[in-house]
Write a protein of this length. Sequence first.
Length: 117
Amino acid sequence: MTYSRREPAVVNGKLKLVVVPFQGGQPAKGFEVVSGTPAGVYRNVYWSRDGRALTYVDTRKGVSNIWSQSLEGGAPRPLTDFKAGLIFDFAWSPDGKRVALACGTQTSDVVLMKNSQ
C-alpha cells in the first residue's frame, strides 16, 4: 500500500511518498518528492505495472508530466515530456506499455461585484 503525506518536520512542506505493508506496521520505504507541485496537491500515486516503482503527476512551471520513483531508490525520472498543459489524472494499460490521460488547461476568472446603492 502507498500513500502520500506532508512531512511536518520539513519546513517547506515537501511531500513524502510512503510505502507500508498491507498488513500494517512501520513504513517499508519513504521518498521525499522535490517538485514544483505544492505539497498536498498530489491526487493520485499509482504503482507501476511491474510493481517496481511509484508513478505520479508532477507540475512544474504550469506543465504536468508523469514521473516514476523506483522502489530501489535514486532520483525520480520523468516518463513524459510535455511542454504545455496539465494532467488531471492518468491510468496505465494492463500491460503497462500505454497510459490514458485526462489532460487540458485550467482557467479562472475574478469578478468584482459591488452594491450600487
